[in-house]
Design a binder for this molecule. Structure first.
Ligand code: GCW
Length: 664
C-alpha cells in the first residue's frame, strides 16, 4: 500500500488527480493559478479553458464578495474568491461537494481566522505524544546521536536532522489546505537540545524549504522556541525580557528569520510550564515576556502565540486546598488587557489536560481584552492513543458551544480584541505511518478539526458523515452507517470505561494509556481523585472545597456548586460524594461506576462484531488495521473495567447489584 492521502485518497479522486501536484500560486495579488490537467477540469465540470495536458486556469478574485479574505463562492460552475486563498478553499469545497453530491453552489467564509496545527515533533525524529510513527519533518539521520533531550547542551551536527521527504510534505500541505488549515508550527513546545537552534542558521534555511511548501498551500509556518534561547544559543548571561541585550538578541534573530522566510508566522511559546524556562525566573510576568517578543515581531506582522498551560507541577498532594484546575486562570486573568495586539494566548479547552470529560476552561468568556486560541488535542494522548476508537469532535464542539459569561456568538473570536488574531489550534496526530494516523479511523478527527474551524455550526454527525462519504467512496450506505454508528458513539464509550463521572486521572503515569487508579494520587502533578472508603471526587465548591466553581459566571458557578443541579457526568470533577449517593439517574454512585465500566466493555465487544460484519466491504488494509486495534481496545477496556471496579469494590465493600464478575 502506498501512502494514504486521507480524504484525498479515495480511488475516485486519485484516478482524477493521479498524484498530480496541484497548488495555488500566490505570487500575483489579484489572481490565482491552479495547475490542473485538463481531464480533472472536465471531470470537475468547471467552465474553464484548458490547454492540452496542463490547464492553467485563471480564476477571478472578487474582493467585494466578503470582507473575509478567505471566502469563496461557487456558482454557475465558477469558483470565485475574495483572495487567492479563497479560491483555493473554494476548489476543495467544490471537490467535496461534487463527491458527496451536494449542489454545486455555496458561498462560505471561515469562522475562525487562525486555523492552526501544532506539531510536537522533535529534531531526533520522535514525536511527543505521537502514535503514528516518526516525525514527517525530522529524523535521526546523522552518524551520531544528534540530540540530548534531557540537557540543554547543543551538539552541532549540521542540518541532517531534516527528513527532506518533500513529496510527503506536499501531500500533507494539500491535505491541510483541503480542510482549511492556514497555520502550522513544526516542532515540540518542549524545545530541547538542538531543537533550540531551529530559529538560527543553518537550520532556519532548511525550515524555509518546508515553509515554502506550506506557503504554496496558503499555510504560514511557525516555530516553537525555548524561552532561554538567549542564554543557550546566544550565550548571554541572562534571558530576562527586560534586559536590553536580550531584547536585541531576539530582534536580531527575528529579523534574520524574515530575511530567510518572508512570510514566517511567528513563535509558539511554552514558558514557566512543566519545567520549561520562562519570565518567572526573572521575576517578570507573562505579559512582559510575551510583549518583549511581540515588539520584535511587529515590523513583520509576526505573532507570538503564548500558551497558558502554566501550573505548579511540584504540588504537595497532602494539601487539599491546592487546585491545578485554577492555575491558568490565576496566572492569566489578572493580565487581561496587558498583552500586545500581536500576542495570542493559546488556552487548552479544559482546566486540566485534554481529558475525556472536563468542564470548559473558565478563562474562556472571562477574558475580554486578550486575543485567544482554543487548544484541542487531535493526537489522542488521554483518549486511547489512536488504538482505541475515539471520534472526539462531539466533545470539542460541546466545549466550543459552552457559554461562560454569555452573549458572545463565538466565544473565542468575539472575545478577542483583534478577531483576526484568534481561532482554534490542535496538536495533530500524524507521523510517517502509511495512513498518517496509525488508525485509519483516527483521520476523522483531523478532518473534523479542520471542518469545525471553518464552520462550527456544523454538527459532529454532519462532519462524520462527510468524512465517511469522502473517505470510503466505494462502500454502500449500510456499511457506511455501520462505521458511522461505531464512531459517533466512540468518545462516550471511551469515557464509560476511562473516567468514572469525570473524575479523570486514573491512567498510567507518563504514558497515559491504560489504568493505574492511584498512579497520580500521591504525586506532584496535581491530578487527584481523593478516593477513600467513604467516597470519591474532588471538592471544588466554594462552600467546602477549593473554590474553583467561583471562576465561572455566577449562574454557571451556581449550577456546578449545587449537587441538585450538576449533571451526573460532571459530578466527580466538582464534588466528593459517598458511594451510596443517589445520582440523577436514580442509581447509587457505586452502582453507576460498575454499570458504566461493564457497559464500556460491552460497547467495544459490539464494535468488534460490527467491524467483522464490514469485512470484504472496506479495503483490506483498512479492515486489518482497525480490526487489530479494536482487539487491543477490548483488552484495554477490560483492564480498565476490572481494575476500576475492583478498586472501588475494595474501597466501598459494596457488591454489584447485578452480581457480575468483580475481582475481589
Ligand atoms: O498533556 C501534557 C503532555 C505533555 C505536553 C504538555 C503540554 C508537550 O503530557 O507531553 O508537552 O501537556 O501541553 O505542553
Amino acid at each position: 500500500m502506498g501512502v494514504d492521502e486521507m480524504w484525498l485518497n479515495s480511488s475516485k479522486i486519485k484516478d482524477i488527480l493521479k498524484n498530480e501536484v496541484f497548488y495555488c500560486n500566490f505570487d500575483e495579488e489579484d489572481s490565482v493559478t491552479l495547475r490542473l490537467r485538463s481531464e480533472i477540469v472536465n471531470w470537475l465540470g468547471l467552465k474553464l479553458t484548458t490547454k492540452q495536458e496542463l490547464a492553467t486556469i485563471k480564476l477571478e478574485i472578487d474582493n467585494k464578495l466578503d470582507k473575509n479574505l478567505e471566502a469563496y463562492q461557487i456558482k454557475e460552475q465558477q469558483i470565485r474568491g475574495t483572495s487567492s486563498k479563497g479560491v483555493l478553499y473554494g476548489f476543495y469545497a467544490y471537490l467535496r461537494r461534487k463527491l458527496i453530491k451536494l449542489p454545486l453552489e455555496e458561498t462560505s467564509a471561515p469562522q475562525q481566522a487562525l486555523r492552526m496545527i501544532n506539531h510536537w515533533d522533535q529534531v531526533d525524529g520522535t514525536v511527543e505524544r505521537g502514535y503514528a510513527g516518526e516525525s514527517i519533518f525530522f529524523g535521526r539521520f546523522g552518524s551520531n546521536d544528534n540530540t540530548d533531550k534531557g540537557s540543554f547542551e547543543v551538539k552541532d551536527i549540521g542540518t541532517d536532522i531534516f527528513r527532506n521527504d518533500f513529496t510527503r510534505l506536499e501531500m500533507y500541505g494539500r491535505f491541510l489546505a483541503s480542510i482549511g488549515i492556514n497555520a502550522i508550527s513544526l516542532n515540540n513546545v518542549n524545545v530541547r537540545g538542538l531543537g533550540t537552534s531551529l530559529i538560527i542558521s543553518p537550520y532556519i534555511e532548511k525550515v524555509s524549504e518546508i515553509a515554502k511548501i506550506f506557503s504554496s498551500f496558503g499555510i504560514k509556518t511557525f516555530l516553537a522556541v525555548n524561552w532561554s534561547a538567549p542564554k543557550i544559543i546566544g550565550k548571554l548571561s541572562s534571558s530576562d525580557p527586560l534586559e536590553c541585550e536580550v531584547r536585541l538578541w531576539w530582534s536580531k534573530v527575528i529579523s534574520h528569520i524574515y530575511q530567510v522566510i518572508p512570510d514566517f508566522g511567528g513563535f509558539v511559546v511554552k514558558a514557566d510550564s512543566e519545567g520549561e524556562p520562562g519570565p518567572y525566573q526573572y521575576g517578570r510576568n507573562h505579559a512582559e515576556g510575551a510583549n518583549m517578543l511581540a515588539e520584535a515581531f511587529q515590523a513583520y506582522q509576526g505573532l507570538v502565540i503564548w500558551r497558558t498551560f502554566v501550573y505548579n507541577s511540584q504540588t504537595d498532594w497532602r494539601n487539599r486546598k491546592n487546585d491545578r484546575a485554577k492555575a491558568a486562570y490565576e496566572n492569566f486573568m489578572p493580565l487581561d488587557g496587558k498583552f500586545a495586539e500581536n500576542v495570542i494566548l493559546q488556552i487548552k479547552f479544559g482546566p486540566i489536560d485534554f481529558g475525556v470529560r472536563e468542564p470548559l476552561m473558565p478563562l474562556f468568556g472571562a477574558l475580554k481584552k486578550t486575543n485567544q486560541l482554543m487548544e484541542f488535542q487531535i493526537t489522542a494522548e488521554y483518549l486511547g492513543q489512536q488504538i482505541d476508537l475515539n471520534y472526539s469532535v462531539p466533545q470539542w464542539l460541546s466545549m466550543i458551544h459552552f457559554s461562560n459569561y454569555g452573549q458572545a456568538k463565538d466565544t473565542v473570536r468575539d472575545n478577542s480584541p483583534l478577531p483576526s488574531n484568534s481561532g482554534f489550534v490542535a496538536i495533530n496526530n500524524v507521523g510517517m505511518d502509511e495512513n498518517w494516523c496509525g488508525n485509519k479511523l483516527a483521520q476523522a478527527n483531523f478532518y473534523g478539526f479542520g471542518r469545525m474551524c471553518w464552520d462550527n455550526n456544523l454538527n459532529a454527525e454532519q462532519i462524520l458523515d462527510e468524512w465517511l462519504k469522502l473517505t470510503f467512496t466505494e462502500i454502500d450506505a449500510i456499511t457506511q452507517k455501520k462505521i458511522f454508528t461505531m464512531l459517533i458513539s466512540s468518545n462516550r464509550t471511551y469515557e464509560l470505561y476511562n473516567a468514572p463521572l469525570s473524575v479523570g486521572s486514573m491512567m498510567v503515569p507518563h504514558y497515559h494509556y491504560g489504568p493505574a487508579v492511584n498512579g497520580y494520587e500521591y504525586d506532584r502533578w496535581g491530578a487527584y481523585h481523593f478516593a477513600d472508603c467513604n467516597g470519591v471526587g474532588v471538592d471544588r465548591t466554594v462552600a467546602t472545597g477549593t473554590g474553583y466553581t467561583s471562576l465561572y459566571e455566577p449562574s454557571i458557578a451556581k449550577k456546578f456548586e449545587s449537587l441538585e443541579e450538576i449533571a451526573d457526568e460532571d459530578l466527580l470533577f466538582f464534588h466528593h460524594v459517598n458511594y451510596n449517593y443517589i445520582l440523577h439517574n436514580g442509581k447509587t454512585l457505586i452502582q453507576t461506576i460498575y454499570d458504566q465500566h461493564f457497559e464500556g466493555v460491552s460497547c467495544v465487544k459490539n464494535y468488534i462484531k460490527v467491524w467483522q460484519s464490514v469485512s470484504g466491504e472496506v479495503d483490506e488494509d483498512t479492515y486489518n488495521n482497525v480490526a487489530e486495534r479494536l482487539n487491543l481496545q477490548l483488552c484495554n477496556a477490560q483492564n480498565w473495567c476490572d481494575q476500576v471496579n475492583t478498586y472501588f469494590y475494595r474501597m466501598s465493600g459494596i457488591d454489584d447489584n447485578r452480581g457480575r464478575q468483580i475481582y475481589k
